[in-house]
Design a protein around this ligand. Sequence first.
Ligand code: SF4
Length: 294
Amino acid sequence: MSFPLYTDYATYLARHFTGKVQKLTVNAGFTCPNRDGSKGRGGCSYCNNSSFSPNLDAASTSVSAQLEAGKRFFERKYPHMKYLAYFQSYTNTYGDIDRLLALYNEALSVEGVVGLIIGTRPDMMPDRLLDRLSQIATRHYVMIEYGAESCHDATLQRVNRCHSWADTVDAVERTKRASLHVGLHLIMGLPGETRQMMLQTIQQACRLPIDVLKLHQLQILRGTRLALETDQVPTFSVDEYLDLCCEIVRLVPPDIAIERFTSSAPADLLISPRWGLKNYQFVNLLHNRLTNSQ
Ligand code: SF4
């Protein structure tokens, strides 16, 4: 659905592809440098990777087999659907470059796969890999999705991201110069952040040459360090977050698409906030509020 007050993801995809396009998540069995000690240990304080990696168990299955399985789900209803292979779990540029390229090329060799979306950290994009991705991008759509989370270094430090906002600025600029599409992932409501700080993050992000913003509310999940601080970390009510998103929509220019506003972790992992809303239900509420406030 397209909504006139901001560029949604469907509109963005329609600018780049003809016909229906679907992201298929793949888990290529990568790890994270913020867990294995090369950048940090213990990971980000809010991270429980199984909450955002629906096919975490799939890592033992080949990338092409995962994509074929994903395609089977859609192709009966949409026989002409095209697909984007979404390397989502952990840090998908962390590893030997030849191995990384072999996995990306395996994904692109699957019939109907027309591009890649590669999720990673902003401090994990070597120029040598960018050069190779830039070559792939002469034939296929390639987006790099960076987990930036906040523009405030104090926040990044507090949640143990082990990278800075300057890393994000540098990675985004180099990626754009390499003629790749850029997405930025941001979390609203990180510990210690005021509403003003969150809006500053949106403003700083919009000054960068990005194509897509992907947002979500902070979720406190079982098995994370943040779960030990629940009494010190307030999370949004639906109403508060709707208000914030209305303001965000007004700040984001139409050349930057907003792919998502919320995330919904599995109920057995989620401590707070427990809104009981699907992502599309939140979007409907947001559209109503935006329409009524025009
Ligand atoms: S959020 Fe990303 S960078 Fe942080 S620990 Fe989890 S996988 Fe690693």
